[in-house]
Structure formats: C-alpha cells, structure tokens
Design a protein around this ligand. Structure first.
Ligand code: SF4
Ligand code: SF4
Length: 405
C-alpha cells in the first residue's frame, strides 16, 4: 500500500513530525444548511477538489474521526461539530473503504454522554460507527516536539491507522480562534488537559504545545464545520453565527488561516497559525483556495478578538504582575447568570485555585457566586470556557484597551 502523508504505524507508539502533512491548499465549499443531502454533496465536492477521498484513506484502514466535542451541548448551540458534517464525512470515507471509529475527550463529563447530547452518537449509530476508547491513554514519544516530547494519548487514537479531524469554526478567549490545529487537544484523555494550562501559562508556549501535538498526531485530513460558526464569547458561551462554509485541507495551518480570514481576523495574530508555520506544520501566508471564492463568504463583522498583543502576557515576574493588573484581559462572573454550579472552581488548573467560593458550606455557596483572585489567575480562561451558563465573560482593563486599540 502506498504511503500517505500523516500515515503512521499503529503498532508503534512513537510518533514523529516527519510524518505530518504539509501543504497549502484549502477547498472552500459554500453550504448554507445542515440538511443531510446538501452537506453530503458539499463534502463530496470538497474532497473531489482535493483529489478524492481515496487520496486520504485506503480500503480496510482503521480511521478515527475526531469531531470537536468540547462539552455535552446540543447541535444548535454551535459548540460541537454538527452531526450532519460528521455523517457526511463518514459516508464518503466509508465509501472509500475506511473502517471508521470516532471519539473525543471533553473537558468535563463522560465522552459518550457528550456525543449523545451533540447528536453524534445517533449519527454514528445509524452508520454503525463505534465510539473509540477516550477514557484511558498511553504514553508515546514525539522527539521532534519543540516544547513537548512525550504525550499521554487516548487508546482510541493509538488503535487507529490514521486520523481525520473535524474541527468547528469558533472564537476562543485564549487562542482567539479554535480550529484545525487545536482540535487534536481532545486526543489527550480527560483532566490531563488542564495540566497543560498550569504548566504553560503564556500563550506562545501553550500554542506551541498545540502545534507539537498536531504535528505528532498528523491527521490526514481536516474538515471544518463553518456552516454555523460561533462568535463572541467562545468556545462555549458565544453566539451561533451563520457563515455557510465547509473548509477541507490536509494542511491545518492553511485551513485555520482561511477560517481566520473568514472571521475577519488577521491570521498573523493567531499564535497557533504563526507558530504552526514556523514549526513546519503548514503554511498560512500563501494559501491556494479551491472551489468557491473566499471574498464571498467573509464575515467582516464577525465578533472576535482582533486586538494586537498577547492575550495572556508574560508568565512570571514583575512584568507579569503589571500586565495582569493593567493590560491582559480578565475573566469575570456575571452574578445574575451564575447558578452556583461550581464548574469554574472545579476546572481552574492552578493550585490554589484562582476562582474560589467566597463562603463555605452549601448555604454559603448558594448565597454568592465564586470570585476570582486576579493575582493568582494565569488567564487560561478555562473557567470562561467551561461555564455552562455563559456567566463568565472576558474584559480588557482600560490600559489594555488604550494600548491595543
Ligand atoms: S461555572 Fe458559571 S454558573 Fe457555575 S459557578 Fe461558575 S460562574 Fe457560576
Ligand atoms: S480563574 Fe479562570 S482564567 Fe484564571 S487560572 Fe483559573 S480557570 Fe484560568
């Protein structure tokens, strides 16, 4: 069997970056609806523009589909990859002979429960696609990584011959946008993901970690669901925004740069994109768009963080203290929306927690929402990302607004 970009030996846990696909072509296909036949046709057109499904999978290969399953959330909220996109990609790859499984590891809750709520379990059941093991993991080496050379990866990923990534087009408080490069973060099982935030509190190191992981896992193909994206307070608490596109590529950097341009966001301000190119993961400055014209789908007023400057500031020292006090965006709780569920306290990765209950005991917790300690807070925005009530927003201090205007 001919070797393919991103193909690896499933029997070997050692992953190398030499196997990662690098290219600069993105198929942009307009698709206005999640109606099954329309999405199936649009995905088929995108695959044909890239050379056909058989360019990415071969008869009998075990391919894992990796949607964005951030949390248990219904499809209409635009938090997760829509089941119609998942099903369309699955049908095309199965038609090319792939033996499919699927999975992701949400930040909180059971993976299977999140898949059910997102409508993916039902779509997968219709196509007889099993949920892979995302509860347990195994250590693998990735010697070419710039900041991480060893990973704990979900067993379901390691059991596959190849990965096809299905990101959702969304804003993100920390990385500005979340897409193809970041989608592999869910291949790390469960709460281990939070440790990376605590270990890598500055955005450049965190983004490089995401680039390293993407290079190590080397998905063969990325299909981004941008039919209804998320703008504003993403990746969970934002608003659905109709963009009407599907993006397909074997280059995650080129794909994310295209998504960023569609969001009216300069790709040069997205660290996963710039570091992705610097690291050889892909290219963003010279992208060939196949299919429909990008200009016709740009949502120039898309609500996203376009300010210059870092979203987290320096990691330590006096400069970090000043930056956090005066410049760097901070999460804050809108008390009227807070149901006192405690998720923000649970997911905060720093020790001691930077968001805490003000009063102890059940009655005390009911009386007041948790409160942030901004000197401890590393601005990872995990609390904002995971709040189920969209009660945590991010604001920029006055000096930060003036400097980065
Ligand atoms: S996660 Fe949100 S709703 Fe739950 S306690 Fe924190 S702020 Fe309140
Ligand atoms: S309070 Fe929120 S933003 Fe700050 S460190 Fe904790 S989870 Fe991250």
């Amino acid at each position: 069997m001919a070797s393919r970009p991103g193909r690896r030996d499933s029997h070997s846990p050692a992953l190398t970056r030499e196997e990662s696909p690098v290219g600069s072509t993105v198929a942009l296909v307009r698709c206005q609806t999640y109606e099954d036949d329309a999405v199936y046709a649009a995905v088929g057109r995108g695959l044909e523009l890239l050379g056909g499904a058989s360019r990415f999978v071969s008869e009998g290969e075990r391919i894992l589909l990796k949607p964005n399953l951030l949390v248990a959330s219904a499809p209409g909220a635009s938090v997760t990859t829509h089941p119609a996109v998942f099903a369309a990609v699955a049908r095309h790859l199965a038609g090319a002979g792939a033996v499919l499984s699927y999975g992701d590891s949400p930040a909180v809750g059971r993976p299977e429960g999140a898949a059910k709520r997102a409508g993916l379990a039902e779509a997968a059941a219709r196509l007889s696609i099993p949920f892979a093991d995302f509860s347990s993991g195994r250590d693998v080496s990735a010697p070419s990584g710039r900041v991480v050379k060893r990973w704990r990866i979900a067993e379901g990923v390691l059991a596959a011959d190849g990965l096809v990534s299905l990101p959702k087009m969304k804003t993100h408080a920390l990385t500005r946008m979340t897409g193809a490069v970041k989608n592999q973060f869910g291949c790390i099982p469960g709460p281990l993901k939070g440790e990376f935030h605590a270990r890598m509190p500055d955005i450049r190191t965190f983004a490089q970690m995401l680039v390293d992981l993407c290079a190590a896992l080397a998905p063969r193909l990325y299909v981004m669901d941008g039919i209804v994206a998320m703008e504003g307070n993403g990746p969970r608490g934002g608003e659905p925004r109709h963009v009407g596109v599907l993006l397909l590529s074997d280059d995650p950097v080129a794909l994310d740069a295209t998504a960023s341009r569609l969001m009216g966001l300069d790709p040069a301000r997205v660290e996963t994109i710039t570091l992705g190119q610097e690291s050889g993961l892909g290219m963003w400055e010279d992208v060939t768009i196949l299919g429909d014209r990008l200009e016709e789908s740009v949502a120039a007023d898309f609500v996203a963080n376009r300010r210059a400057g870092s979203t987290t500031g320096p990691a330590s020292g006096v400069a970090a203290w000043l930056a956090r006090a005066l410049i760097v965006p901070r999460p804050f709780i809108v008390p009227a929306r807070c149901t006192r569920c405690g998720t923000c306290v649970e997911v905060c990765p720093v020790d001691p927690k930077a968001v805490q209950w003000v009063e102890s005991g059940r009655e005390g917790r009911r009386a007041q929402p948790p409160a942030h300690d901004y000197q401890r807070c590393i601005r990872c925005y995990c609390c904002q990302e995971m709040c189920p009530e969209r009660a945590i927003e991010v604001s920029v201090p006055l000096l930060g607004r003036i400097i980065h205007r």
